[in-house]
Design a protein around this ligand. Structure first.
Ligand SMILES: CCCCCCCCCCCCCCCC(=O)SCCNC(=O)CCNC(=O)[C@H](O)C(C)(C)COP(=O)(O)OP(=O)(O)OC[C@H]1O[C@@H](n2cnc3c(N)ncnc32)[C@H](O)[C@@H]1OP(=O)(O)O
Ligand SMILES: NC(=O)C1=CN([C@@H]2O[C@H](COP(=O)(O)OP(=O)(O)OC[C@H]3O[C@@H](n4cnc5c(N)ncnc54)[C@H](OP(=O)(O)O)[C@@H]3O)[C@@H](O)[C@H]2O)C=CC1
Length: 546
């Protein structure tokens, strides 16, 4: 950005401050606006609003900041659905029930803007650019590709180049007060201790973008492992580059970066257990609940740094407020994590997930939920063979015999690919500094601390995991809670099948042994005669005492 533009931006920023003296002074004695008061009359731009976190952000803004003026959301048409249709479907979602009940016209505040983030200028029409430049006060940038197997070029396009484009657009916004970028706590997962600072990028993003431009996809695929180095995937790598790109604009914009760890189902808002996807641990929980996943490589004692989506959204909104009102001199990074404050471990998660799915079973489970997590590669391979591949083979054989298409092996192959990509995160520990998160909490009024609660000390993990598992059943798999008795009956049937199968197997193996080996026969006769002697002795001694 030119110096001239930068000066204009500075003027704009001070202009915004003049408009709300009570809000922006920050001086002792003057009343600071509460979070909801701050958002009153503001126009907010949100990217990724159709995603998991974006939807919760939109809902919370409408619910807790009812005076917000308008929410502009960047949406693309997708899977044969127009942008309008997608937004209208989104607003029918159960997530918006309480907002709908409170204000049936809530949709009037949501203004969709057509945008494909991977296109130049984010493919926003010139008229929309004008509109956004004139009215937006706060930007929340949530959109990203979170796939772990995304080709580098695409991940770079969306997570880095689109962020750059959005920052350029933000610089044209005359009344912008804050730009909040959603990163990930794993952007620097190649470090063990992660402070709330932006680390030097693995490579200068501009140079990487320029060099990848001329390479075909094959070459990029070949060099990707060398480029990402000690990071596990293109997602964490490009998110690290994006942080650097955002930081570069800190002199021109008022920026905050939120780094959530593993975002899970909602804790309390709008209701406990809301989740709508298979990402992160959710897919693993479902696979375990269905009795498909029996083993996974994870460290029982490693911290499972899950954080509920509503807490992330509350912190994000508070960060927007703080950035706009207090205008910190440099970009503040908020590590939004639980491990350092209220740790819970993968071993405990496993225990609670399994017992929760036994109490509230999923429909048509393949086997009874029972999973073992281990950090030992060989033990894990053994259980994969015995508890995944063998039952899948038997089941597919059964399907073939019934004239149906085999499917279990295919499902297991997909599951193995997915858990293979997650193992990196479940097998080790990280330590995140969360001073800024604590500082932010201390800046909130007691009322705001309740309305925008991100105090992770209040999380009761067993209760949260129970609601999470029920949430996957209700909102991801769309199963009815009234079917639970039938699902329990099905689990009992599976247990009886297992007992019968195990008994038949043992008897069969024993018969085969006895028929073929003199030694097995000798052991058998020895055990039987021992039992017989013991019984006779027991009978004789009981007759004597009588
Ligand atoms: C009891 C045990 C306790 C221990 C428990 C340890 C948990 C240990 C978690 C660590 C978690 C770290 C998380 C890091 C923190 C972030 O950064 S969180 C952001 C994380 N990002 C993600 O989780 C995305 C990961 N997912 C992916 O990269 C891709 O979906 C995958 C896994 C490579 C699969 O790609 P694909 O084969 O092309 O499949 P995709 O088109 O995505 O989906 C195909 C189908 O599978 C479903 N699916 C997708 N993912 C899954 C899944 N994981 N499982 C099942 N189905 C899935 C989809 O819904 C879809 O269904 P249909 O629409 O076809 O019906
Ligand atoms: N989920 C998690 O566990 C964690 C997430 N994060 C971060 O939080 C943010 C939100 O994640 P989450 O909500 O889970 O992700 P989702 O995948 O659920 O949502 C991604 C959003 O980005 C949008 N998007 C993707 N590609 C494009 C595109 N080309 N043009 C326009 N929009 C696009 C999607 O729109 P569409 O519906 O059209 O696809 C969707 O709204 C991300 O920045 C992520 O890195 C950080 C830590 C953990």
């Amino acid at each position: 950005m030119s110096t001239e533009l930068s000066e204009r931006q500075d003027l704009d920023r001070s202009g915004a401050a003049e408009e709300q003296p009570d809000i922006c002074s920050g001086a002792a004695g003057s009343r600071m606006a509460s979070v909801a008061e701050y958002y009153a009359g503001k126009s907010v731009l949100i990217t990724g609003a159709t995603g998991f976190m974006g939807k919760v952000l939109v809902e919370k803004l409408l619910w807790s900041c009812p005076e917000v003026k308008a929410l502009y959301i960047l949406v693309r048409p997708k899977a044969g659905q127009s942008m309008k249709q997608r937004v209208s479907d989104m607003m029918k979602c159960k997530l918006f029930d309480r907002v709908r009940e409170d204000n049936p016209d809530f949709h009037k505040k949501i203004i969709p803007i057509s945008s494909e983030l991977t296109q130049p200028g984010l493919s926003i029409s010139p008229e929309d650019v004008e509109k956004l430049s004139a009215c937006i006060n706060i930007v929340f940038h949530c959109a990203a590709t979170i796939r772990f197997d995304e080709p580098l070029k695409h991940a770079l396009q969306l997570n880095v180049i689109a962020t750059q484009e959005l920052l350029s657009l933000a610089q044209r916004m005359h009344h912008l007060e804050a730009f909040i970028h959603i990163s990930t706590a794993y952007a620097n997962c190649n470090r063990k201790h992660i402070d709330e600072v932006i680390y030097p990028p693995p490579v200068e993003p501009k140079k990487l973008i320029e060099s990848l431009e001329w390479m075909d996809d094959g070459i990029v695929q070949d060099i990707t492992p060398r480029l990402i180095g000690d990071r596990p995937n293109t997602y964490t790598y490009t998110k690290a580059l994006a942080e650097y790109v955002v930081q570069q604009e800190q002199d021109k914009l008022n920026i905050g970066i939120v780094r959530p760890s593993i975002v899970g189902a909602s804790w309390q808002e709008p209701f406990p257990g809301w989740i709508d996807n298979f990402n992160g641990p959710s897919g693993v929980f479902i696979a375990a609940g269905k009795g498909i996943l029996r083993t996974m490589r994870a460290n029982n004692d490693a911290v499972a740094d899950l954080i509920p989506v509503d807490m992330v959204v509350n912190l994000t909104l508070a960060a927007g407020w703080y950035t706009a009102v207090h205008r910190p001199k440099t970009t503040l990074v908020y590590n939004c994590t639980t491990g350092g404050i209220n740790p819970f471990h993968w071993g405990e998660i496993e225990h609670h997930v399994i017992s929760s799915f036994k109490r509230n079973p999923l429909e048509q489970a393949f086997r009874r939920p029972n999973a073992n997590i281990t950090s030992n590669y060989l033990i894990n391979q053994y259980w994969i063979l015995v508890s995944h591949k063998f039952p899948a083979f038997i089941y597919d054989l059964f399907l073939r015999l019934c004239g149906q298409k085999p499917q279990m092996m295919r499902i297991f192959n997909r599951l193995h690919k997915a858990i293979g990509l997650l193992e990196y995160f479940s097998s080790q520990d990280w330590e995140w500094n969360s001073e800024n998160m604590n500082m932010l909490m201390s800046q909130l009024t007691p009322e705001d601390r309740t309305a925008f609660n991100f105090d992770v000390r209040q999380l009761n993990w067993p209760e949260y995991i129970e609601n999470y598992c029920i949430g996957t059943k209700k909102y991801v798999l769309n199963e009815d809670m009234s079917d639970i008795p039938a699902a329990r009956q099905h689990l009992r049937k599976l247990r009886n099948i297992r007992y019968t199968f195990n008994t038949v197997l043992v008897v069969f193996i024993w018969r085969v042994f006895i028929a073929r080996s003199q030694m097995a026969r000798n052991i058998w006769y020895f055990v039987v005669s021992l039992c017989f002697k013991f019984l006779s002795y027991f009978r004789a001694s009981s007759t004597l005492t009588n």
